[in-house]
Design a protein. Structure first.
Length: 178
């Protein structure tokens, strides 16, 4: 499973023109997914997650179409996080637990995981652009993730750099807090 942080809730404070262009890019790329032989051939289920109430209607429509068309693919999962924030996800999950009447204290981790958008733990976070922070990305799921900081800006990120990071990742020893 790969999760891509395409747009944070904090990024929604950008200028109207910049957001208009970003939404257009997301819509066009979601349409490209529908035509992608690579997605079909590799049976990649695409999930577009985040606060869909904040999405433009054309992006919502394209996301729905992609998810419907790839829902039966089972080899891999690509999560695209749009208008997403890790803290909001955790608070939303807690509110859902409360609404469902789950009032046990303490709440078991497995019970909580069921209410997250991305339910599996993250093994590796690649942070591009020279920043050394998670920026509200999958906070709960990244608790024991390895984090690699790259100075490369996202548009310039290459397969060669990705391969280098994967080699680094497979040399790491997972301790899970021990």
């Amino acid at each position: 499973m790969i999760s891509v942080y395409a747009l944070s809730t904090e990024n929604l404070g950008r200028s109207r023109d910049e957001l208009k262009n970003l939404w257009k890019v997301y819509r066009e790329n979601l349409k490209n997914v529908l035509r992608s032989e690579e997605i079909r051939k590799n049976q990649i289920q695409v999930r577009v997650l985040g606060n869909h109430n904040l999405w433009r209607s054309d992006v919502k429509k394209a996301a729905k179409e992609v998810m419907i068309n790839t829902k039966n693919y089972t080899k891999s999962v690509l999560n695209i996080l749009l208008a997403y924030g890790g803290q909001s996800e955790i608070v939303g999950s807690m509110n859902t637990l409360i609404k469902k009447g789950i009032r046990r204290i303490p709440i078991a981790r497995d019970a909580f995981n069921k209410f997250l958008l991305v339910k599996k733990p993250v093994d590796l976070v690649i942070r591009t652009g020279g920043y050394h922070r998670l920026s509200n990305f999958l906070l709960f799921q990244s608790a024991y993730a390895e984090i690699y900081f790259s100075d490369t800006l996202w548009p310039d990120f290459s397969k060669k750099e990705f391969d280098k990071i994967m080699k680094w990742y497979f040399t790491q020893k997972k301790k899970f807090g021990k």
